[in-house]
Structure formats: C-alpha cells, structure tokens
Design a protein around this ligand. Structure first.
Ligand SMILES: NC(=O)c1ccc[n+]([C@@H]2O[C@H](COP(=O)([O-])OP(=O)(O)OC[C@H]3O[C@@H](n4cnc5c(N)ncnc54)[C@H](O)[C@@H]3O)[C@@H](O)[C@H]2O)c1
Length: 259
C-alpha cells in the first residue's frame, strides 16, 4: 500500500495540535485523508486544522479532547463518525513526559502520566475499535510508544513504565484484532524534535551515549510511522541505531533464564 491509498480515508490523531501529532495530521491530510485533530489544547488543534484546510487536500476538524477522560474520547468518536464517518487510521499519540529520578516522583506525576500515556490509549481503543471492526474496512490503530518502551531509560522511570505498557498492550491488541482485519502498529520513536522535551532549569538535561542521542524532525518520524503502518508492521522503531540497546537488554533477560 502507498500513501495514495489513503485518499478519502479518515484519520484521527490525538495530541494532533503539536509535535509528532501535528506532523502525522499534516501527512495524513496531504495523502488525501479527512483528519480529526483531538487535543486538550484546542488553540493548538485549531491552528493545525486551519493550516491544513487552507492548504487544500483533505479537510481537517479540531476537537477539544482530553484523552485521560473516557467520556471525552467517546464524544470525540461520535463527532468523528457524524462528520466524516468511520475512522480508518487511529493514532493514539497524545503523551506527556517527566524527567525525574523515581525516588523523587509524586503521586500526581504517576497519575498524570498513567492517565494520558496509558489510559489515553485504552480510551482511544474503546471508543473507536468496535466501529472499525464492524466496518470491515481493514483499519489501523497506531499507538505511539517510544524507545523508552523497549529500553529502560534512567531518569524517565514513570514514562518508561507507561511506554512499556503501551508496547505490551499493542502486542496483545494486534493478536486479538488480527481476525477482524484491523491492524495494529506500535511506534517506538527515539528522540524527535518537539516540545515534549523537559525544559525545567532545575532538572539537569538528560544525557545519553552518541548512538542514543540522534534527534530527528517530527516530519521524518511521521513519514516512517505512516509508511510502516501501511506495510502493516507491528513494531516500528524510528531509530535503528537503538537496536544495540534493545539487544543488550534482551540478552541480559535471556541469560537470566539459563542462570
Ligand atoms: N518527542 C520525542 O522525542 C518522543 C520520543 C518518543 C515518543 N514520543 C511520543 O510521541 C507522542 C507525541 O509527543 P510529542 O513529542 O509530539 O509531544 P508534544 O508535547 O509536542 O505534543 C503532545 C500533544 O499532546 C497534547 N496532549 C497532552 N495531554 C493531552 C490530553 N490529556 N488529551 C489530549 N491531548 C493531550 C498536547 O496538548 C500536545 O499538543 C507522545 O506519546 C510521546 O510520548 C515522543
């Protein structure tokens, strides 16, 4: 399948008002999709939708949505179905990051990351998957995890916990939805130039070895994710050079079985 096969389809992007979600929304629209941009920051969502509509191609609608609230995501699905019809491509992308040693984290830190990064994904699946299955259009659910869902990054403990969970649930979802024809992709980007990176001057910036430090543009990450979604690949790492870190973890895990 190619990007042209997306013409006339419907894409929903949570967190579509900024960064990777913004890039995914623009790419889907440029490929001919009608796009729903769901963001808790409606000004950002409106800006992205406005510029897509001004550019022509597919049309875009911004919907105020809080992915941590199940009712809000159910309402998003109703609006999407009424305006454009069944969703073909659901991108569960909205996410937050906290850079803090685990011993310093608060209950509020845990609640906010779990409710957006993990429950936000489950709310998207609950609100959209039943209609996608029934429609028999062979839709796709794309969950945006992270390399932090494959490699335990020091200083990002809660983020790692939520992203490992998203990888695990996506693998289960892929198996469960396979008979229905709805495909599942779990994207694991390395660093992407967006506004998610921590900027707190009191917290030292994270530092990683060179092979885990490359930053790519959001447009490039979106292109890798959509190409691999269309190829129906389950796991989509955007930064191949992180493979060594994944192998190191897997090796240590396997060695534990024969210890
Ligand atoms: N930037 C990176 O380096 C990187 C790397 C790996 C994975 N990711 C993942 O990519 C996804 C997108 O992140 P980004 O880097 O583009 O960040 P970003 O901060 O630029 O964009 C996130 C968007 O999500 C929205 N959002 C936050 N909470 C929300 C909520 N409760 N409901 C709806 N929308 C909400 C924000 O308003 C914002 O528009 C996240 O899941 C993130 O974990 C990012």
């Amino acid at each position: 399948m190619t990007l042209t096969s997306m013409t006339g389809r419907v894409a929903v992007i949570t967190g579509g008002g900024s960064g990777l979600g913004d890039a995914l929304a623009r790419l889907c629209a440029a490929s001919g999709c009608n796009v729903v941009i769901a963001d808790v920051d409606i000004d950002r969502g409106d800006r992205v939708a406005g510029s897509i509509n001004a550019a022509g191609g597919g049309s875009a609608l911004a919907v105020h949505t809080d992915v941590s609230n199940r009712d809000s995501v159910e309402e998003l699905a109703k609006i999407c179905h009424a305006r454009f019809g069944v969703c073909d491509y659901l991108f569960n992308n909205a996410g937050l990051a906290i850079h803090k040693p685990l011993v310093d984290t608060t209950e509020e830190d845990w609640n906010s990351l779990i409710s957006v990064n993990l429950l936000g994904v489950s709310h998207g699946i609950a609100a959209f998957a039943p209609t996608m299955i029934q429609a028999e259009n062979g839709g796709h659910i794309v969950n945006i995890a992270s390399m932090a869902g494959l490699v335990p990054l020091e200083g990002f403990g809660i983020y790692v916990a939520t992203k490992f969970a998203v990888v695990g649930l996506s693998e289960v979802l892929a198996a469960e939805l396979a008979p229905s024809g709805v495909s599942v992709t779990v994207a694991c980007p390395g660093w992407v130039a967006t506004s998610i990176q921590p900027t707190d001057p009191d917290v030292p910036q994270p530092s990683f070895p060179p092979e885990m430090s490359r930053v790519i543009a959001a447009d490039e990450a979106a292109r890798i994710i959509v190409d691999n979604m269309l190829a129906k690949r389950l796991h989509v790492p955007t930064h191949p050079e992180w493979g060594d870190a994944v192998a190191k973890r897997s090796k240590a895990l396997l060695e534990a079985f024969s210890a």
